[in-house]
Design a binder for this molecule. Structure first.
Ligand code: NAD
Length: 367
């Protein structure tokens, strides 16, 4: 695979995404070309660091970077103000000044945390994203959303702060657990469904190879996904309207995550269920033809819907939806597909319709 580049236009500047086998080994050099400074802080989680930390540090030191490191425990529970405060301590101890970049080496948790730190440390320092999960490579590393959680809610303290560069090494996906890979694939098919019918067809032909972790197909899927996301965020960086189509699957997905206290589903797994239910709702509202719905459902089934946990009922999911921030007046806002490759936002007031769609998931074959 050769080097592939995508330019993403943000309000503040245009940044590049480099997708290349070996991008991690070139981290120091790629940063040297962009930043005339000497100090940097490498933020990672302990699992990713144990796999790729040496390679990253070696590459940085070769280019004379003085590197501080800050490691978090893997997982969502590290995305807090408390961790952020310790990250700032590390930044001060490393001697970062207002031009020193912060590097996020890891999945979406590291990216969101380090990104939010970069957006506020000394009123903003450059951010370098080196995403290592499929979800982070196709979604969270571009678009600029950065955040930490509050005990009362996810991503409540956040910002829109684009990275200066995104370096994607597809070979790091070789060590990603299969469950994480499948969860990331939910976000990949999302782009085909809402935005790009030719990508959808490509996924119909090649999803088996992607699930098997085939590197060439994965690199292609990452590139096509990034192009999709870039098109959407370039049009509406601050999520005034159009960018919300990226929330396809998130209305019910989010309700599932909160109903299970974020402990059962991976984000992508919950979104996959949400996409399934949204397709069922779209058909009932005559927005989507059955034939197209069937094609979408068969991709979803290939990735595999996760079995609901014991004790969870459709009614509990509906209860969470009633409290959702996507609710407006008496309506719950859904992103619904209208064809393969296009979606719209629709306020839905009929709770029975939503309940039936969720119940279909409870009855569906799961993994
Ligand atoms: N900013 C955005 O636009 C955006 C979009 C979607 C999701 N998110 C956020 O992303 C987070 C979820 O991200 P995630 O799914 O990447 O989870 P994650 O960052 O928790 O990573 C998942 C697990 O995979 C491990 N891991 C990472 N890379 C690996 C590799 N190459 N090999 C082996 N193990 C590896 C990590 O140590 C971790 O245990 C959530 O906090 C969510 O809110 C942000």
């Amino acid at each position: 695979m050769g080097r592939r580049k995508i330019a993403v236009r943000a309000t503040a500047f245009t940044y590049r995404v480099l997708l290349e086998e070996g991008a991690l080994a070139d981290l120091g050099k790629s940063m040297r070309l962009l930043f005339p400074t000497t100090k940097t802080l490498l933020v990672s989680d302990s699992r990713v660091f144990s796999l790729y930390g040496d390679q990253a540090l070696k590459s940085l030191k070769k280019e004379m970077w003085q590197v501080g490191t800050f490691l978090i425990r893997p997982g969502e529970r590290s995305k807090t103000l408390h961790t952020l405060s310790r990250l700032f301590d590390a930044a001060v101890e490393t001697g970062l000044d207002r031009n020193s970049p912060i590097i996020a080496l890891g999945g979406g948790v590291v990216g969101d945390l380090a990104g939010f730190a970069a957006s506020t440390y000394m009123r903003g320092v450059p951010l370098v994203m080196v995403p290592t999960t499929l979800l982070a490579q196709v979604d969270s590393s571009i678009g600029g959303k950065v955040a930490v959680n509050h005990p009362r809610g996810k991503n409540i303290i956040g910002n829109i702060y684009p990275p200066r560069i995104v370096l994607i090494d597809p070979s790091v996906l070789n060590t990603l657990p299969k469950r994480q890979l499948r969860a990331g694939l939910a976000e990949v098919i999302k782009y085909g469904i809402i935005e790009n019918s030719s990508f959808f067809r490509l996924l119909e032909e090649n999803l088996d190879q992607l699930i098997a972790g085939d590197s060439l197909f994965l690199a292609e899927a990452v590139e096509r996904s990034l192009q999709s996301k870039a098109r959407v965020v370039e049009e509406d960086e601050y999520e005034k309207d159009y960018r919300r189509i990226l929330n396809f699957g998130h209305t019910i997905g989010h309700a599932l995550e909160t109903a299970t206290a974020y402990r059962y589903y991976l984000h992508g797994e919950a979104v996959l269920v949400g996409m399934y239910a949204a397709v069922k709702i779209a058909v009932q509202l005559n927005l989507l033809e059955r034939a197209s719905a069937g094609r979408i459902i068969s991709l979803i089934e290939k990735i595999g819907l996760k079995k609901p946990p014991a004790g969870l009922t459709a009614e509990k999911v509906i209860d969470k939806l009633r409290q959702d921030k996507k609710r407006r007046d008496n309506n719950i806002i859904f992103v619904l597909p209208t064809a393969i490759g296009s979606a719209i936002m629709v306020p839905v007031s009929d709770l029975q319709l939503i309940r039936e769609a969720v119940e279909l998931y409870f009855k569906h074959k799961t993994i």
